[in-house]
Design a protein around this ligand. Structure first.
Ligand code: ADP
Length: 365
């Protein structure tokens, strides 16, 4: 059925009510009033003269017939028009009542409730936006539940370890050695990191993390960063870190602090997951974007795992990486940071061969 706008519907229904009123008035007026007048006339049927004589009574008779006719016309026309108005208003109000019921159910926690389709265009539009909002809220609620589930899981292991050792220390079952205290301190550091990362991620997702974009000369930023990392890892010769970046690399529109944060995350990962080999940072411009790649020759990531790499708390090997202090939030934060600056990030990897993380940022106009 074709959709009609609320405005045309109201206009048409008013017209219909008016037309019904007028038609009833005309029909009753035409059929009833002459008949009443004839009845009055029959009383004076004594010829022309008597009509003249009884003029006043005739006029009165006409008036009485007209008034009774009008009374009937008003009663019939009025009640038909009122009935029609009532029916039309119910027709218009019903979907609004339905919508009210659905919103009440939704507010009481039944998040799968949706407003049914309506043939009134304006109400359909309202229903569509309500349903869209309902789906978004349902997703947010779903993500909230998942986050709480993940978080509980992440917190349980370090807390169990801490609790177990502390209890052992308290009743003397575990000898108080420096190594043990170090292990306990490491677990609390990890918990601290987890809380900090979570706070950062939640700020990013809620849009509270301030991003101050400006013109950034990436070649200077990358050179400084790679030098700092190379100095840190120069003592052991296990990984060679190099930078391949043209001098005239176009500037990007980004927040330098956040770009540094992304780079530190990706470089730390590359160095953490590369036992021995090379880590290469490359930058190049293409199609008004500046691409940065961080490639390593490390352990790599299985193809089946690649779609999950940027997901919250995802780790290729949960227990091993937990030991290395990772929170599983680093890459999730990286992706959000790249996206809020208008870019994108992707990963390519092969087990045993190495991984390459590539992201781009918009070039300055
Ligand atoms: P984490 O803090 O655990 O490193 P990330 O979000 O930074 O968390 O990384 C998630 C997981 O992705 C890591 O636990 C690891 O399994 C995998 N990963 C990240 N970077 C690399 C890399 N360069 N090489 C191999 N695996 C990686």
């Amino acid at each position: 059925m074709a959709k009609i706008t609320l405005r045309s519907r109201l206009f048409l229904s008013h017209l219909a009510v008016m037309a019904v009123g007028i038609i009833t008035l005309v029909i009753i007026g035409r059929l009833y009033s002459p008949r009443l007048f004839v009845i009055s006339l029959e009383r004076y049927e004594n010829g022309v003269l008597s009509v003249q004589r009884h003029r006043t009574q005739l006029v009165k008779g006409f008036e009485a017939a007209w008034s009774r006719g009008m009374l009937w016309a008003i009663l019939m026309g009025g009640s038909t028009a009122a009935g029609l108005s009532y029916w039309v208003s119910r027709w218009i109000i019903r979907p609004l009542d339905q919508m009210e019921d659905v919103t009440r159910l939704f507010a009481s926690g039944q998040l799968s409730e949706r407003v049914p389709p309506s043939e009134i265009m304006e109400i359909q539009r309202l229903a569509n936006s309500f349903n869209r909002m309902a789906t978004d809220l349902e997703n947010v609620e779903q993500r909230r539940r998942e986050l709480i589930g993940d978080l509980t899981h992440e917190l349980r292991t370090p807390l169990t370890i801490l609790h177990g050792y502390l209890e052992g220390l308290a009743d003397g079952a575990v000898p108080a050695e420096t190594d043990l205290y170090q292990r306990l301190a490491d677990e609390t550091t990890r918990l601290q990191r987890l809380v900090n990362d979570l706070q950062e991620l939640s700020k990013l997702e809620a849009g509270y993390l301030p991003i101050q974009t400006q013109t950034v000369e990436l070649s200077a930023l990358l050179t400084g960063l790679v030098r700092a990392f190379a100095d840190q890892f120069a003592s052991d010769d296990r990984v060679i870190l190099t930078l391949d970046c043209p001098e005239d690399l176009p500037a990007v529109c980004a927040d330098p602090i956040r770009v540094e944060q992304i780079m530190i995350n990706l470089l730390s990962n590359a160095l953490r997951y590369t036992e021995k080999g090379r880590v290469t940072v490359t930058a190049w411009p293409d199609n008004r974007r500046v691409y940065i790649s961080i490639a390593d020759t490390g352990i790599g990531i299985a193809e089946a795992d690649l779609p999950y790499v940027f997901e919250r708390f995802w780790r290729a090997d949960r227990s091993r990486n937990r030991g290395s202090g990772g929170t599983g939030l680093g890459l999730t934060i990286c992706r959000r940071l790249v996206e809020v600056q208008g870019g994108q990030i992707e990963v390519k990897s092969q087990v045993g061969e190495g991984s390459e993380f590539i992201f781009w940022l918009p070039q300055v106009d």
